[in-house]
Design a binder for this molecule. Structure first.
Ligand SMILES: *Cc1c(COP(=O)(O)O)cnc(C)c1O
Length: 411
Protein backbone atom coordinates (compact mmCIF):
# COMPACT_ATOMS: atom_id res chain seq x y z
CA UNK A 1 0.00 0.00 0.00
CA UNK A 2 1.13 3.54 -0.67
CA UNK A 3 1.13 6.11 2.12
CA UNK A 4 -2.33 7.69 1.78
CA UNK A 5 -4.01 4.32 1.24
CA UNK A 6 -2.17 2.96 4.25
CA UNK A 7 -3.42 5.85 6.40
CA UNK A 8 -6.99 4.94 5.55
CA UNK A 9 -6.94 1.17 5.39
CA UNK A 10 -3.99 -0.28 7.28
CA UNK A 11 -5.04 -1.56 10.70
CA UNK A 12 -8.28 0.36 10.34
CA UNK A 13 -10.80 -1.56 12.35
CA UNK A 14 -13.84 0.71 12.79
CA UNK A 15 -15.98 -0.82 15.51
CA UNK A 16 -16.45 -4.58 15.15
CA UNK A 17 -19.38 -4.66 17.60
CA UNK A 18 -21.57 -2.22 15.68
CA UNK A 19 -20.01 -1.77 12.25
CA UNK A 20 -19.46 1.93 12.98
CA UNK A 21 -17.19 3.16 10.18
CA UNK A 22 -15.09 5.20 12.58
CA UNK A 23 -13.88 3.85 15.91
CA UNK A 24 -16.32 5.53 18.34
CA UNK A 25 -15.32 7.41 21.47
CA UNK A 26 -15.50 5.05 24.41
CA UNK A 27 -15.82 7.90 26.89
CA UNK A 28 -15.82 5.71 29.97
CA UNK A 29 -13.58 5.11 32.99
CA UNK A 30 -14.17 1.42 33.69
CA UNK A 31 -15.29 -1.78 31.93
CA UNK A 32 -17.49 -4.30 33.76
CA UNK A 33 -16.93 -8.05 33.42
CA UNK A 34 -19.23 -11.01 34.01
CA UNK A 35 -17.17 -12.57 36.80
CA UNK A 36 -14.23 -11.86 39.10
CA UNK A 37 -12.42 -14.74 37.34
CA UNK A 38 -12.69 -12.90 34.01
CA UNK A 39 -11.50 -9.59 35.46
CA UNK A 40 -8.57 -11.36 37.10
CA UNK A 41 -7.52 -12.67 33.68
CA UNK A 42 -7.89 -9.24 32.06
CA UNK A 43 -5.76 -7.70 34.82
CA UNK A 44 -3.12 -10.37 34.38
CA UNK A 45 -3.05 -9.92 30.57
CA UNK A 46 -4.27 -13.52 30.22
CA UNK A 47 -7.50 -12.54 28.47
CA UNK A 48 -8.14 -9.72 26.01
CA UNK A 49 -10.34 -6.93 27.26
CA UNK A 50 -10.35 -3.64 29.06
CA UNK A 51 -10.56 -2.86 32.77
CA UNK A 52 -9.88 0.81 33.34
CA UNK A 53 -9.14 3.64 30.89
CA UNK A 54 -5.88 4.63 32.57
CA UNK A 55 -4.61 1.16 31.59
CA UNK A 56 -6.38 0.69 28.26
CA UNK A 57 -9.38 1.84 26.24
CA UNK A 58 -10.70 0.69 22.83
CA UNK A 59 -10.58 4.15 21.22
CA UNK A 60 -7.05 4.70 22.48
CA UNK A 61 -5.98 1.16 21.51
CA UNK A 62 -7.24 1.70 17.97
CA UNK A 63 -5.14 4.87 17.67
CA UNK A 64 -2.08 3.12 19.15
CA UNK A 65 -2.47 0.26 16.74
CA UNK A 66 -2.59 2.55 13.73
CA UNK A 67 0.45 4.54 14.86
CA UNK A 68 2.43 1.41 15.51
CA UNK A 69 1.59 0.08 12.03
CA UNK A 70 2.50 3.34 10.35
CA UNK A 71 5.87 3.53 12.09
CA UNK A 72 6.60 -0.18 11.50
CA UNK A 73 6.85 -0.92 15.22
CA UNK A 74 5.74 -3.92 17.25
CA UNK A 75 3.48 -1.84 19.46
CA UNK A 76 2.67 1.62 20.72
CA UNK A 77 1.61 3.31 23.93
CA UNK A 78 -0.32 6.58 23.73
CA UNK A 79 0.30 9.29 26.31
CA UNK A 80 -1.43 12.41 27.61
CA UNK A 81 1.11 14.68 25.85
CA UNK A 82 4.28 14.61 23.80
CA UNK A 83 6.22 15.51 26.94
CA UNK A 84 4.64 12.57 28.78
CA UNK A 85 5.73 10.33 25.89
CA UNK A 86 9.32 11.62 26.00
CA UNK A 87 9.41 11.20 29.80
CA UNK A 88 7.86 7.73 29.90
CA UNK A 89 9.94 6.43 26.98
CA UNK A 90 13.16 7.10 28.91
CA UNK A 91 12.08 6.45 32.50
CA UNK A 92 10.94 3.03 31.33
CA UNK A 93 14.59 1.93 31.09
CA UNK A 94 16.69 4.40 33.08
CA UNK A 95 17.78 4.24 36.72
CA UNK A 96 19.52 6.72 38.98
CA UNK A 97 23.19 6.93 37.97
CA UNK A 98 22.45 6.53 34.27
CA UNK A 99 23.49 9.07 31.67
CA UNK A 100 22.06 10.00 28.30
CA UNK A 101 23.27 12.02 25.33
CA UNK A 102 20.95 14.50 23.63
CA UNK A 103 21.12 17.19 20.98
CA UNK A 104 21.14 20.84 22.06
CA UNK A 105 18.74 21.69 19.24
CA UNK A 106 15.87 19.90 20.96
CA UNK A 107 12.41 21.20 21.67
CA UNK A 108 12.67 23.56 24.70
CA UNK A 109 10.38 21.46 26.89
CA UNK A 110 12.57 18.40 26.37
CA UNK A 111 15.71 20.33 27.35
CA UNK A 112 13.94 21.52 30.51
CA UNK A 113 12.81 17.95 31.25
CA UNK A 114 16.35 16.58 30.96
CA UNK A 115 17.45 19.21 33.47
CA UNK A 116 14.61 18.11 35.80
CA UNK A 117 15.81 14.52 35.53
CA UNK A 118 19.17 15.44 37.07
CA UNK A 119 17.38 15.64 40.45
CA UNK A 120 16.66 11.91 40.01
CA UNK A 121 20.29 11.09 39.28
CA UNK A 122 19.96 10.99 35.50
CA UNK A 123 22.55 13.12 33.78
CA UNK A 124 22.29 14.48 30.24
CA UNK A 125 25.26 15.32 28.02
CA UNK A 126 24.20 17.86 25.41
CA UNK A 127 26.00 17.96 22.07
CA UNK A 128 25.51 20.59 19.36
CA UNK A 129 24.27 18.06 16.84
CA UNK A 130 23.78 14.29 17.19
CA UNK A 131 26.42 12.69 14.96
CA UNK A 132 28.88 9.82 15.38
CA UNK A 133 31.75 12.29 15.80
CA UNK A 134 29.94 14.18 18.53
CA UNK A 135 28.81 11.19 20.59
CA UNK A 136 31.83 8.90 20.23
CA UNK A 137 34.00 10.70 22.82
CA UNK A 138 31.14 10.68 25.35
CA UNK A 139 30.40 6.97 25.32
CA UNK A 140 30.97 5.34 28.71
CA UNK A 141 29.38 2.44 30.59
CA UNK A 142 26.74 4.73 32.16
CA UNK A 143 25.40 6.03 28.85
CA UNK A 144 22.10 4.19 28.47
CA UNK A 145 20.39 6.07 25.66
CA UNK A 146 20.86 8.68 22.97
CA UNK A 147 17.92 10.99 22.35
CA UNK A 148 17.53 13.04 19.18
CA UNK A 149 14.88 14.83 17.18
CA UNK A 150 14.96 13.70 13.59
CA UNK A 151 14.45 17.27 12.42
CA UNK A 152 15.32 19.48 15.40
CA UNK A 153 12.64 21.94 16.45
CA UNK A 154 13.62 24.77 15.96
CA UNK A 155 17.30 24.17 15.04
CA UNK A 156 16.14 22.28 11.91
CA UNK A 157 19.18 20.01 11.94
CA UNK A 158 18.65 16.52 10.54
CA UNK A 159 20.09 13.45 12.24
CA UNK A 160 21.71 10.79 10.09
CA UNK A 161 19.72 7.99 11.73
CA UNK A 162 21.37 5.18 9.74
CA UNK A 163 24.88 6.19 10.70
CA UNK A 164 24.16 7.10 14.33
CA UNK A 165 22.08 3.98 15.07
CA UNK A 166 24.67 1.66 13.49
CA UNK A 167 27.39 3.18 15.66
CA UNK A 168 25.28 3.07 18.84
CA UNK A 169 24.23 -0.53 18.32
CA UNK A 170 27.88 -1.55 18.14
CA UNK A 171 28.16 -0.10 21.67
CA UNK A 172 24.90 -1.65 22.96
CA UNK A 173 23.13 1.71 23.24
CA UNK A 174 19.60 2.39 21.93
CA UNK A 175 18.61 5.37 19.80
CA UNK A 176 15.44 7.22 20.82
CA UNK A 177 14.05 9.40 18.05
CA UNK A 178 11.50 12.15 18.51
CA UNK A 179 10.05 12.19 15.02
CA UNK A 180 7.33 14.79 15.66
CA UNK A 181 8.51 17.25 13.03
CA UNK A 182 9.34 14.62 10.40
CA UNK A 183 6.19 12.46 10.72
CA UNK A 184 5.96 9.01 9.08
CA UNK A 185 5.12 10.84 5.85
CA UNK A 186 8.78 11.90 5.54
CA UNK A 187 10.53 8.99 7.23
CA UNK A 188 9.94 5.87 9.33
CA UNK A 189 12.96 6.06 11.64
CA UNK A 190 12.67 2.38 12.66
CA UNK A 191 13.51 1.42 9.06
CA UNK A 192 16.74 3.40 9.56
CA UNK A 193 17.74 1.77 12.83
CA UNK A 194 15.92 3.84 15.49
CA UNK A 195 14.92 1.70 18.47
CA UNK A 196 12.16 3.77 20.04
CA UNK A 197 10.17 6.44 18.21
CA UNK A 198 8.28 9.21 19.98
CA UNK A 199 5.78 11.72 18.65
CA UNK A 200 4.06 14.70 20.07
CA UNK A 201 0.86 13.78 18.21
CA UNK A 202 -0.50 17.18 19.30
CA UNK A 203 1.22 18.42 16.16
CA UNK A 204 1.11 16.92 12.65
CA UNK A 205 -0.68 13.67 13.49
CA UNK A 206 -3.65 15.48 15.00
CA UNK A 207 -3.20 18.20 12.41
CA UNK A 208 -6.02 20.46 13.53
CA UNK A 209 -4.47 21.83 16.69
CA UNK A 210 -7.27 20.46 18.86
CA UNK A 211 -5.76 17.89 21.28
CA UNK A 212 -2.59 17.48 23.34
CA UNK A 213 -1.20 13.95 23.05
CA UNK A 214 1.84 11.80 22.45
CA UNK A 215 2.82 8.28 21.50
CA UNK A 216 5.75 5.91 22.02
CA UNK A 217 6.42 3.24 19.38
CA UNK A 218 8.82 0.36 20.02
CA UNK A 219 10.74 -1.24 17.16
CA UNK A 220 11.19 -4.43 19.15
CA UNK A 221 14.70 -4.61 17.71
CA UNK A 222 16.85 -3.52 20.62
CA UNK A 223 18.33 -6.25 22.76
CA UNK A 224 17.88 -4.92 26.31
CA UNK A 225 20.66 -6.46 28.36
CA UNK A 226 19.12 -6.65 31.83
CA UNK A 227 22.49 -6.25 33.50
CA UNK A 228 22.68 -2.81 31.91
CA UNK A 229 18.95 -2.17 32.28
CA UNK A 230 18.09 -3.87 35.61
CA UNK A 231 14.57 -2.36 35.70
CA UNK A 232 13.67 -4.66 32.78
CA UNK A 233 14.70 -7.85 34.61
CA UNK A 234 11.11 -8.81 35.47
CA UNK A 235 10.09 -8.34 31.84
CA UNK A 236 12.90 -10.28 30.20
CA UNK A 237 10.57 -13.25 29.76
CA UNK A 238 8.53 -11.26 27.22
CA UNK A 239 11.46 -11.30 24.77
CA UNK A 240 11.20 -8.53 22.21
CA UNK A 241 8.12 -7.20 24.05
CA UNK A 242 10.11 -6.52 27.24
CA UNK A 243 10.26 -2.74 26.72
CA UNK A 244 6.55 -2.42 25.90
CA UNK A 245 5.51 -4.76 28.69
CA UNK A 246 7.24 -2.74 31.35
CA UNK A 247 5.89 0.50 29.88
CA UNK A 248 2.30 -0.72 29.83
CA UNK A 249 2.34 -2.67 33.07
CA UNK A 250 4.75 -0.43 34.96
CA UNK A 251 5.83 3.18 34.82
CA UNK A 252 3.36 4.51 32.25
CA UNK A 253 0.25 3.12 33.91
CA UNK A 254 1.51 3.97 37.39
CA UNK A 255 2.38 7.56 36.54
CA UNK A 256 -1.05 7.81 34.95
CA UNK A 257 -0.03 9.63 31.80
CA UNK A 258 -2.77 8.03 29.69
CA UNK A 259 -4.42 9.58 26.64
CA UNK A 260 -8.10 10.47 26.89
CA UNK A 261 -10.46 8.60 24.52
CA UNK A 262 -11.73 11.90 23.11
CA UNK A 263 -8.21 13.00 22.15
CA UNK A 264 -7.40 9.57 20.71
CA UNK A 265 -10.49 9.92 18.51
CA UNK A 266 -9.48 13.41 17.32
CA UNK A 267 -6.03 12.04 16.47
CA UNK A 268 -7.40 9.09 14.52
CA UNK A 269 -9.53 11.44 12.44
CA UNK A 270 -6.58 13.78 11.88
CA UNK A 271 -4.21 10.95 11.05
CA UNK A 272 -6.19 10.05 7.93
CA UNK A 273 -5.26 13.32 6.20
CA UNK A 274 -1.62 13.36 7.35
CA UNK A 275 -0.31 12.59 3.85
CA UNK A 276 -2.40 15.27 2.13
CA UNK A 277 -1.51 17.87 4.71
CA UNK A 278 2.22 17.08 4.78
CA UNK A 279 2.46 17.18 1.00
CA UNK A 280 0.92 20.65 1.00
CA UNK A 281 2.84 21.83 4.07
CA UNK A 282 6.24 20.78 2.71
CA UNK A 283 5.44 22.35 -0.64
CA UNK A 284 4.37 25.61 1.01
CA UNK A 285 7.43 25.61 3.29
CA UNK A 286 9.85 25.21 0.39
CA UNK A 287 8.18 27.96 -1.66
CA UNK A 288 8.05 30.34 1.30
CA UNK A 289 11.68 29.70 2.21
CA UNK A 290 12.75 30.32 -1.40
CA UNK A 291 10.88 33.61 -1.22
CA UNK A 292 12.69 34.55 2.04
CA UNK A 293 15.99 33.58 0.47
CA UNK A 294 15.40 36.23 -2.21
CA UNK A 295 14.72 39.02 0.30
CA UNK A 296 17.60 41.22 1.50
CA UNK A 297 17.86 41.50 5.28
CA UNK A 298 16.12 38.18 5.97
CA UNK A 299 18.19 35.11 6.80
CA UNK A 300 16.24 31.89 6.28
CA UNK A 301 16.86 28.39 7.63
CA UNK A 302 15.11 25.45 5.94
CA UNK A 303 16.73 22.02 5.47
CA UNK A 304 15.52 21.51 1.89
CA UNK A 305 17.13 24.73 0.67
CA UNK A 306 20.31 23.99 -1.24
CA UNK A 307 22.33 26.33 0.99
CA UNK A 308 21.39 24.37 4.14
CA UNK A 309 24.09 22.11 5.63
CA UNK A 310 21.33 19.48 5.91
CA UNK A 311 20.30 19.64 2.25
CA UNK A 312 22.01 16.33 1.42
CA UNK A 313 20.32 14.56 4.32
CA UNK A 314 16.92 16.00 3.38
CA UNK A 315 17.43 14.48 -0.08
CA UNK A 316 18.65 11.10 1.16
CA UNK A 317 16.39 10.59 4.20
CA UNK A 318 13.32 12.73 3.58
CA UNK A 319 12.76 12.28 -0.13
CA UNK A 320 13.92 15.81 -0.89
CA UNK A 321 11.42 17.41 1.45
CA UNK A 322 12.23 19.53 4.49
CA UNK A 323 9.21 19.43 6.79
CA UNK A 324 6.88 22.26 7.66
CA UNK A 325 8.93 24.54 9.91
CA UNK A 326 10.94 27.47 8.62
CA UNK A 327 12.89 29.91 10.75
CA UNK A 328 13.96 33.39 9.74
CA UNK A 329 16.15 36.03 11.33
CA UNK A 330 14.88 39.57 10.97
CA UNK A 331 17.96 41.52 12.16
CA UNK A 332 16.88 42.43 15.69
CA UNK A 333 14.26 41.52 18.28
CA UNK A 334 12.43 44.78 17.50
CA UNK A 335 12.29 43.95 13.80
CA UNK A 336 11.14 40.42 14.53
CA UNK A 337 8.30 41.72 16.71
CA UNK A 338 7.40 44.38 14.14
CA UNK A 339 7.35 41.80 11.35
CA UNK A 340 5.06 39.57 13.43
CA UNK A 341 2.80 42.52 14.23
CA UNK A 342 2.61 43.40 10.51
CA UNK A 343 1.40 39.92 9.53
CA UNK A 344 -2.31 39.55 8.80
CA UNK A 345 -2.76 35.78 8.33
CA UNK A 346 -0.46 33.84 10.70
CA UNK A 347 -1.57 33.41 14.29
CA UNK A 348 0.93 34.25 17.03
CA UNK A 349 0.90 30.98 18.96
CA UNK A 350 3.21 28.41 20.50
CA UNK A 351 2.36 25.36 18.46
CA UNK A 352 3.34 23.61 15.25
CA UNK A 353 1.47 21.33 12.91
CA UNK A 354 -1.78 23.26 12.76
CA UNK A 355 -3.61 23.74 9.45
CA UNK A 356 -3.14 27.49 9.94
CA UNK A 357 0.25 29.19 9.72
CA UNK A 358 1.58 30.04 13.17
CA UNK A 359 4.48 32.29 14.13
CA UNK A 360 6.37 32.67 17.38
CA UNK A 361 9.43 34.47 18.73
CA UNK A 362 11.12 31.50 20.48
CA UNK A 363 13.70 33.50 22.50
CA UNK A 364 11.00 35.33 24.50
CA UNK A 365 8.67 32.34 24.86
CA UNK A 366 9.69 28.67 24.57
CA UNK A 367 13.32 29.53 25.40
CA UNK A 368 12.52 32.23 27.96
CA UNK A 369 14.18 30.25 30.74
CA UNK A 370 17.18 29.06 28.72
CA UNK A 371 20.61 30.66 28.85
CA UNK A 372 21.79 32.66 25.81
CA UNK A 373 24.23 29.82 25.10
CA UNK A 374 21.47 27.18 25.21
CA UNK A 375 19.37 29.34 22.89
CA UNK A 376 22.09 29.77 20.31
CA UNK A 377 22.77 26.05 20.26
CA UNK A 378 19.08 25.49 19.59
CA UNK A 379 19.27 27.93 16.67
CA UNK A 380 17.32 30.53 18.63
CA UNK A 381 18.62 34.08 18.36
CA UNK A 382 17.11 37.34 19.56
CA UNK A 383 15.82 38.02 16.04
CA UNK A 384 14.58 34.49 15.20
CA UNK A 385 10.97 33.91 14.18
CA UNK A 386 9.74 30.32 13.90
CA UNK A 387 7.09 29.75 11.29
CA UNK A 388 4.91 26.66 11.39
CA UNK A 389 3.54 26.58 7.86
CA UNK A 390 -0.16 26.01 7.29
CA UNK A 391 -2.13 24.79 4.30
CA UNK A 392 -3.17 28.28 3.13
CA UNK A 393 -2.67 29.08 -0.56
CA UNK A 394 1.01 29.88 -0.89
CA UNK A 395 0.46 33.09 -2.87
CA UNK A 396 -1.49 34.54 0.04
CA UNK A 397 1.25 33.58 2.51
CA UNK A 398 4.02 35.04 0.37
CA UNK A 399 2.03 38.23 -0.19
CA UNK A 400 1.43 38.59 3.55
CA UNK A 401 5.08 38.04 4.50
CA UNK A 402 6.18 40.38 1.69
CA UNK A 403 4.02 43.25 2.99
CA UNK A 404 5.11 42.55 6.58
CA UNK A 405 8.78 42.77 5.57
CA UNK A 406 8.14 45.81 3.38
CA UNK A 407 6.55 47.46 6.43
CA UNK A 408 9.83 47.17 8.33
CA UNK A 409 11.57 49.54 5.96
CA UNK A 410 9.06 52.31 6.67
CA UNK A 411 9.90 52.37 10.38
C1 LIG B 1 5.68 19.90 20.94
C2 LIG B 1 6.81 18.99 20.97
C3 LIG B 1 7.01 18.14 22.07
C4 LIG B 1 6.11 18.17 23.29
O1 LIG B 1 4.82 17.75 22.97
P1 LIG B 1 3.50 18.20 23.78
O2 LIG B 1 2.43 17.45 23.09
O3 LIG B 1 3.38 19.69 23.67
O4 LIG B 1 3.70 17.79 25.21
C5 LIG B 1 8.08 17.26 22.03
N1 LIG B 1 8.91 17.22 20.97
C6 LIG B 1 8.74 18.02 19.91
C7 LIG B 1 9.69 17.92 18.76
C8 LIG B 1 7.69 18.93 19.87
O5 LIG B 1 7.54 19.75 18.82
Amino acid sequence: MNFNTELLHSRFDGDQATGATVMPIYQVSAFAHESPEKLEKVFDNKAPGFAYTRIGNPTVASFENRMSGLEKGIGAVACASGMAAVTMSLLNVLSSGDEIIAGSGLFGGTIDLFEDLSAFGIKTHFVDHISVDAIKPLINKNIKAVFAELIGNPALDIVDVDEVSAFLHSSGIPLFIDSTTATPYLIRPIEHGADVVIHSTSKYVNGGGNSISGVIIDSGNFNWDTERYPVLEKYKKYGKYAYLSRLRNGIWRNVGACLSPMNAFMNSVGLETLGLRMERLCDNALKLSKFFDSVAGIDVNYPALQKSPYYELSQRLLGGKGGAIVTIRAGSKEKAFQLMNNLKLPLIATNIGDVRTLVIHPASTIYLHSSPEQREKAGVFDDTIRISIGIEDIDDLIEDFAQAIEGLKEE
